[in-house]
Design a protein around this ligand. Structure first.
Ligand SMILES: Nc1ncnc2c1ncn2[C@@H]1O[C@H](COP(=O)(O)OP(=O)(O)OP(=O)(O)O)[C@@H](O)[C@H]1O
Ligand SMILES: C=C(C)CCOP(=O)(O)O
Length: 263
């Protein structure tokens, strides 16, 4: 069973403080992954029904990637041919990726970094992430750790690829069984601030879907819900408190799957 897990930029960074890692939250997330993967998940939870071996981690940009991208006017649709801009945005994301991989490694997760700038590309709005290398790393027992990045974009230089787009491309390319997005909210919230249990159509949450409160060049929760509804794989949106439950096969927070496929 293959699981694709995104650690949102709002989890691993302080989104309102430039290039600031949220160390305590990152360590909590790494420990949860280590408990479910690096150590024996069934020992932690005998009812766990996941194969902890096949886990891909993606993380967002938070206060590393988004401010750098905004400085250069680069988004998922607005590209740049300025190599210095590409180096700056990519460099910010690589710095964050080194810290995330380091925290996972400290929790006994066999984490290895994979850079979308070197492996993915975008043509006519669609992002392509060849899954072969990621699948080969999984087959050898590694946990690939990818991240939002800048990628070559046909006719536009380079654009931002969001972690959510990476999750989609990897879930499809690896035929993943489960997708989880860990963010700084317990799920997708309705207008009253209550967690919506299931979303099968965008209209189920449209009136409550706003932007992120911090700098965000990739569309925030509204874009996230749209992205996940387009997936064949059922997905869950939850916060750090829900991460251990997700990693042991449960569905915390909001479950998102179109046309009745919500688990
Ligand atoms: N209806 C909603 N329910 C929950 N969060 C919402 C809603 N509308 C807007 N938001 C905002 O969306 C944010 C989460 O989306 P965001 O894209 O910032 O998450 P992330 O994946 O952690 O970040 P990044 O994209 O940097 O990885 C929340 O912090 C909240 O401010
Ligand atoms: C802004 C950059 C480079 C990454 C965006 O990824 P996200 O934070 O998952 O939206």
């Amino acid at each position: 069973m293959t699981t694709v897990l995104k650690l949102g930029g709002s989890v691993v960074t302080a989104k309102d403080s430039p290039e600031t890692v949220a160390t305590e939250r990152l360590e909590r997330a790494a420990e949860a992954v280590g408990a479910a993967h690096g150590r024996d998940a069934t020992a932690a939870d005998p009812d766990a029904d996941i194969d902890p071996a096949d886990l891909v981690v993606v993380h967002g940009g938070g206060s590393f990637g988004h401010p750098a991208a905004e400085r250069h006017g680069v988004t998922t649709s607005a590209g740049t041919r300025d190599a210095a801009a590409v180096r700056e945005v990519h460099g910010a994301m690589r710095a964050l990726n080194r810290t995330v991989v380091g925290a996972l490694a400290a929790a006994d997760v066999p984490a290895v970094q994979v850079a979308p700038l070197s492996t993915g590309f975008r043509v006519e709005e669609r992002f392509h992430q060849p899954a072969d290398a990621v699948a080969a790393l999984l087959a050898e027992g590694f946990v690939p750790v990818l991240h939002g990045d800048v990628v070559a974009t046909a006719g536009a230089g380079a654009t931002v690829v969001s972690g959510d787009e990476l999750v989609t491309a990897l879930a499809e390319g690896l035929d993943a069984d489960r997708v989880g997005l860990c963010s700084d909210v317990p799920g997708v919230l309705d207008a009253d601030g209550t967690v919506i249990d299931r979303i099968e159509r965008f209209e189920d949450a449209a009136d409550a879907l706003g932007e992120s409160e911090a700098t965000d060049v990739t569309g925030g929760m509204a874009a996230k819900v749209r992205t996940l509804l387009a997936l064949d794989t059922p997905a869950s949106v939850f916060d750090l408190d829900g991460l251990p439950a997700f990693l042991t096969g449960r569905s915390p927070g909001t479950r998102i799957a179109s046309d009745g496929r919500v688990p």
